[in-house]
Design a protein around this ligand. Structure first.
Ligand code: MEV
Length: 447
């Protein structure tokens, strides 16, 4: 291992050069690691180049499991939902919740809107009334100058839907925003929105420089930044399941349907009351949401950031789902803003993301929002169902055991025997090691 771990011009090295530098500086077995990293390169060179092009300084690929949760009935249509996730039990939980609700009317999802927004953040030290009084003229200029960027989107039925002046001067002297609202049709639209906003910033700067001599010489306009907002409260999806309470018999629970419903609603309430619980509760929802967002080539960081802001919209971070029992009917719903796309970006470039969309029947952005929201609700239903009945470890441990056995390179016979042994025992790395050592020693003695 080399001592100096800094480098100039890493990005300029060839891919092999990058790997060589990394393995020689950070690993004790450079040749082994080099071989391993290269073993994850795709066989198809063109495909590998495509993947390398998604990011920078790529030296290998990082595979994640791609699973399917079938039997999702959403707004009357049946889907097999693709999920990319590394955590055990998540796909199984989504599948079991989907199956449970399949025979109880499925998921009903309503999409409220698709409007996204972004802002030009600027300082202007002139009189506020001047800006307010002349904003209609500014607005016309903004729309006109952005036409070359917006024309295509307008042809597809979208574009700029509104432009507003927002004043923050009561909190921060001279701070304003131009807020643009956009309909980006079936695309997530981040590039489109940012391009329009950057054009807005040029237009506004130019306006102050050219409109009249007084504005130009006496007052100063400083544009600080132009960027979309990942908070998209209007892109709201509301996913709901409901059924008569007496249909809530859940498999391995010793509870009556009525007891289950009441216990379930209490668990949902806890996430409305306590932020510690709310964070874990919402994490479970995002287990499902992120997995579909990833599988369809969308931006899970944007979805997470927005979801957590929405969870804090009342000034306190709360669970994103709600539950009610009225007239012996159990209802459970999730309200979440989702800014996603089904055209453009990675959705059209990543070969598996493209397949995911095909698997989902080439959905519109609205339809994909519904699928993602339903998966989030299903995930939360499954998590709460386990938590209030058997606990989650039972399910987790089955897969945890398999993971441990895999790490220990157990044979199929050893796996079967370990599964039987650990049926009623606590799974831990040490316990599995001990079991396997004993099992292997016994076999040795016999042979
Ligand atoms: C684990 O990934 C997710 C859960 O903790 C969610 C929850 O507690 O609601 C099971």
């Amino acid at each position: 291992m080399q001592e100096n771990k800094t480098i100039k011009g890493f990005s300029k090295l060839s891919k092999l050069g990058k790997i060589r530098w990394v393995v020689e500086h950070f690993f004790t077995e450079p040749d082994v690691v080099m071989k391993e990293l290269k073993s994850y390169w795709l066989q198809n060179e063109a495909q590998q180049q495509l993947f390398d092009g998604f990011s920078e300084n790529t030296i290998s690929n990082f595979p994640l499991p791609y699973g399917i949760a079938p039997n999702f009935v959403i707004n009357g249509k049946t889907y097999a939902v693709p999920m990319v996730i590394e955590e055990s039990s998540v796909v199984a939980a989504a599948s079991s919740a989907a199956k449970f609700w399949m025979t109880r009317g499925g998921f009903q999802v309503e999409i409220k809107n698709m409007i996204k927004s972004g802002h030009v953040h600027f300082y202007w030290d002139g009189p506020e009334e001047y800006l307010v009084n002349n904003f209609e003229t500014v607005k016309r200029l903004l729309i006109n100058d952005a036409k070359p960027i917006t024309q295509n989107m307008e042809n597809r039925g979208g574009g700029i839907t509104n432009i507003e002046l927002i004043s923050f001067t009561s909190t921060e002297k001279n701070y304003y925003q131009i807020k643009g609202s956009f309909d980006t049709c079936d695309s997530m639209g981040a590039n489109f929105i940012n391009s329009v906003l950057e054009q807005f910033s040029k237009t506004i700067s130019m306006y102050f420089l050219t409109v009249n001599e007084k504005l130009k010489t006496e007052f100063n306009c400083e544009v600080i930044m132009s960027i979309l907002s990942n908070y998209t409260p209007e892109c709201l999806a509301i996913a709901k399941v409901s059924c008569p309470v007496n249909q809530l018999h859940v498999g391995d629970a010793e509870l009556t349907a009525k007891e289950f419903a009441s216990r379930f609603c209490r668990a949902i309430k806890m996430a409305q009351i306590d932020t510690f619980r709310a964070t874990t509760h919402n994490k479970g929802i995002f287990n499902g949401i992120d997995a579909v967002v990833l599988a369809t080539g969308n931006d899970f960081r944007a979805i997470e950031a927005c979801g957590h802001t929405h969870a804090s919209r009342d000034g306190m971070y709360k669970g994103l789902t709600n539950c009610a029992i009225e007239n012996d009917v159990f209802s459970f719903w999730l309200e979440i803003p989702l800014a996603i796309g089904t055209v453009g970006g990675l959705t059209s470039l990543h070969p598996i993301a493209k397949r995911s969309l095909e698997l989902l029947g080439s959905p519109t952005a609205k339809e994909l929002m519904a699928i993602i929201a339903a998966t989030g609700l299903a995930q939360n239903f499954a998590a709460i169902k386990s938590l209030i009945t058997t606990g989650i470890q039972k399910g987790h441990m089955k897969l945890h055991l398999l993971n441990i056995l895999q790490t220990m390179q157990a044979t199929p016979e050893e796996v079967a025997s370990a599964q039987a042994h650990f049926q009623d025992r606590i799974v831990s790395f040490a316990a599995v090691r001990e079991f396997l050592d004993l099992y292997r020693n016994k076999l040795k003695k016999i042979s």
